[in-house]
Design a protein around this ligand. Structure first.
Ligand code: PFF
Length: 452
């Protein structure tokens, strides 16, 4: 058995710190911005059901595998993969898995920062009271006007990326714990209050039926892939974010329990967001297919109508910015650790260069919303294409390979030793990671691409 490694980038102060950081990574725009709009585009109930199945049968075992690999390798995902592969006498080509993850994280960060910018802008918009008493049409119109102004989007995108670079360059461990410890529960409470308001619209049961009564006729290969991709995106899996966070985790913490807690928290936030948004959609006679502007077109209607809505809405978007921030830093971290390890850069330079590169790709995404909206490929604009490829192709492929490595390449002794598991729980993980997760991901990918 090789000696336990130490990470040159430090370690979390406790298991709780890791849970907070990983939850900070998982809970973000994916839950509140992306989940409701993708559910709406894919017909609701059946999508939600497949999503939940994906989280349980693919997401949790892959998360355990990722944390385990991270903790055993204790380096950037690229170097962790090559070290572990060598240790297991396998090919060092496995490092390309780390590399693909890094590219996926880079691409996601590029558009994530643009959308986080929208959220920042909406903190001020809601605070200014412009939505007071506004109709659904006015709120939708305001969003359309907003995204058609590249200069504004550029300003917010730039500010958000700088915020991300600053935190990562100081080391993700300082401050993150405190921020997540207080802000996440507050966001949770606000969401619950929002669901309370949504109930008062009188359209709650319609939303419940929409989200939880599966209409299987709406299920297509593509919508199943969308559910799988959303599960990976929301849980921050398949790109090394959870792997790098796992590399700062102490040897004594229990990985399985931790993974279940994180997945449960992440999923409840997504479902709450759905329950908060859809009643307002139906109460205002809107269609669920509102696209990526959904939260911005729907929630402000409620903030404009409810008592104290300006304050409440401002706080809501502010917390969403924080949630996005704690996710964005985990998107940048794998790349930064790799630059530090392999290029001898210091953390500040590494964060600045990789952030700048992601910012530049983000600018193309941002322009594709307005001035370049005419250019499309396969019917998708640049931002939609990047979102699709990174989320629905790269993350599931990364997750599949992580599961294959952890359950097929790694010896039983190594994984058992790292997971601290034995007996039936270990066997269950191994069956899920060996067969269920890889087969499910492969079948879904092949079906959606029309190969199967
Ligand atoms: N999980 C984050 C969210 O739901 O907003 C986004 C994300 C973070 C995706 C980190 C992937 C990742 F590695």
């Amino acid at each position: 058995m090789p000696a336990k490694r130490k990470s040159i980038h430090g370690e979390w102060s406790s298991r709780l710190a890791f849970i907070l950081a990983a939850t900070g990574s998982a809970v973000g725009l994916g839950n509140i911005w992306r989940f409701p709009y993708v559910a709406g585009e894919n017909g609701g109930g059946a999508f939600v059901l497949v999503y939940l199945l994906c989280v349980a049968s693919v997401g949790i075992p892959v998360m355990m595998a990722e944390v385990m690999l991270g903790r055993r390798g204790r380096q950037s995902p690229v170097n962790t993969m090559s070290t572990l592969a060598e240790e297991e006498r396998s090919s060092t080509h496995w490092q390309y898995l780390g590399l693909m993850g890094m590219v996926a994280g880079f691409l996601i960060l590029s558009f994530y920062s643009v959308v986080a910018g929208w959220t920042m802008a909406y903190v001020f918009r809601v605070a200014s009271g412009v939505f007071d008493g506004a109709t659904a049409e006015q709120v939708s119109g305001a969003f359309t006007v907003f995204v058609s102004d590249p200069e504004r989007l550029l300003g917010w995108h730039t500010i958000f990326m700088i915020m991300t670079i600053i935190v990562v360059s100081r080391g993700v461990k300082s401050g993150l714990e405190q921020a997540v410890r207080f802000l996440m529960p507050t966001l949770f409470v606000l969401l619950v209050a929002m669901v309370g308001y949504a109930i008062s619209t009188g359209h709650f049961s319609e939303a419940l039926a929409y989200l939880f009564r599966p209409d299987f006729s709406r299920l297509t290969g593509e919508s199943i892939l969308a559910a799988l991709g959303q599960a990976f995106f929301s849980l921050s899996l398949g790109m090394g974010a959870i792997m790098i966070y796992g590399s700062y985790l102490s040897h004594t913490a229990s990985i399985p329990r931790t993974a279940v807690i994180i997945a449960a928290m992440d999923t409840s936030v997504a479902l709450l967001a759905g329950l908060a948004i859809f009643p307002i959609v139906f109460a205002n006679g809107l269609e669920p297919e509102l696209g990526s502007g959904m939260v911005f077109k729907v929630l402000p209607i409620a903030f404009g109508q409810m008592p104290g809505g300006t304050l409440f809405g401002t706080l809501f978007f502010l917390l969403l910015v924080f949630a996005a921030w704690t996710s964005a830093i985990s998107l940048l971290e794998p790349m930064v650790t790799w630059l530090v390890e392999n290029r001898g850069m210091n953390r500040v330079m590494a964060a600045a260069w990789s952030g700048l590169a992601a910012w530049s790709v983000g600018v193309i995404s941002l322009l594709s919303l307005n001035v370049w909206s005419g250019y499309t490929l396969f019917g998708k604009s640049f931002i939609e294409l990047v979102e699709f490829i990174a989320t629905n192709v790269m993350l599931p492929m990364g997750g599949l390979l992580v599961a294959v490595f952890a359950a097929w390449v790694m010896s039983r002794e190594s994984s058992q030793d790292e997971l601290h598991l034995s007996g039936s729980t270990y066997r269950m993980w191994r069956v899920l990671a060996r067969y269920v997760a890889p087969v499910a991901v492969a079948v879904i990918l092949l079906t959606a691409t029309g190969i199967l």
